[in-house]
Design a protein around this ligand. Sequence first.
Ligand code: SN0
Length: 313
Amino acid sequence: MEKYTSVHDVPDVTALLNEALQCKKTPWEWENLGKHKTLGLLFFNPSLRTRMSTQKAASHLGLQIISMNIDKDGWKIETEEGVIMDGDKAEHIKEAAGVISQYCDILGVRSFPGLINKQMDYQDEVLQNFIKYASVPVLSLESAIRHPLQSLADLMTIEEHKQTDRPKVVLTWAPHPKPLPQAVGNSFAEWMNQADVDLVITCPEGYELDSQFTGNATITHNQNEALEGADFVYAKNWSSTASYGQVINTDRSWTISKEKMALTNQGKFMHCLPVRRNMVVTDDVLDSPASLVLEQANNRTYSAQAVLKRLIK
Ligand code: SN0
């Protein structure tokens, strides 16, 4: 693989899934694969799981790691072409990417959307410019519109817990006090379209995700109807798509509760974390055996390891 930014970079999703499951069984089997190579991790936004799990995955492969909170510790980066740099941005992405490519053999980038201008965000400028100007493979650590390492870990978790060949997977919007990216929802939907699942997406009006991600999913504004018979309930907040980047609904009846889970087929609860307790999901669901959130987080290490293995080669 030349880069890892979406499911479309993966020629064989099932093979990558199996590779990730194998990494979980024998994490140290390839401990010399990354010997004398360096993984760079650039964060324009906060991270807990992505940073720690990707570093752990890299250490399983013998990679050296350079990690940087570039928003706090680096120069402010310009991404526009041909501008007069007379503002607060000291460094152009052309030089930054060129320089980092000399220090690192693989480069991971996290960059969230501005949530002001949909067209700009959906061009995924920061990630795309790193791909354009870096001479090494680039992997997304969550971009403005996708979170593919999370989605692969989610696919692993579903594979490990499914009771039927074709489980019903429900992606449901849930309330949140802040406007959040659409990346996790987009990416999860896109990956589930490549998996053998019955995908249903439910959200309030004005929160419909772009059809390039939702694909063949059934989409409904009726959450209770969606949850009926669900094997997996994947909750996530995202900001409005119609009133782009805004919070236009705070209806707490969308919170996933014991009552909501009772509509499912003894469904499992999933969330990428961090999760706002009693906004997105109630304590009694999150603290119950139905919750898979820690297993999802654990699988982040092995999804990252499988991807890094392919990028090293
Ligand atoms: C990010 C998101 O894309 O929704 C990262 C998820 C992996 N989540 C947040 O920014 C949560 C922030 C909050 O205040 O709850």
